[in-house]
Design a protein around this ligand. Sequence first.
Ligand code: TYD
Length: 202
Amino acid sequence: MNKARFITFEGVDGAGKSTGLEWFANALRERGVDLLVTREPGGTPLGEKLRELLLHESMHAETEAMLMFASRREHVEQVIRPALQRGTWVISDRFSDASFAYQGGGRGVPVAKLEQLEQWTHGDLQPDLTLLFDIPIEVARERLSSNASLDKFEREQGDFFNKVRQAYLARVAQTPDRYAVIRAEKSLQEVQQQLADILAGL
Ligand code: TYD
């Protein structure tokens, strides 16, 4: 475990990504890894302000995409790259795959435009590993409905989340080596076992 790694967590809302992330981060810290946990949209003071807008204001899909990448640009320069350079591992709760899934798949922003933004924002930096929490949408929706205050994305209806899920899986199909797909509909214990197996392979 020498070189600092950049690891991202992804999945549709309600997949159990946050619980899995917490477990994984604790397990890494127990192994003595110097670790920074951060999130998107957000992760910097400006990014957190953009998060407020992104999660609560309605806007054109391409405005949304550009603001996601604007927040990310700040995050990469201020937080992610400096941490990796000083040898600190970084876990980000979402990164560019979420823009391809939600703005691309969910909202229909052309992938070619998102690829341009991605190239511009972090052309020379990709996660070393992305854990995708994949789950049938009905199960994810079931888990979300017990949660009282839903943000703009979580309130989306119908086919939106199926499109988000399919766009995530399309990203995996493109560069499978970067991803570990977690079967997130399983029990908490089984999900943790999947995470432990990934950890053992790092
Ligand atoms: P999420 O990460 O699920 O945080 P919480 O657990 O606090 O709800 O919420 C962030 C939302 O932002 C999520 O619904 C996905 C969305 N999102 C995008 O649409 N595009 C992006 O590029 C990112 C990073 C997030």
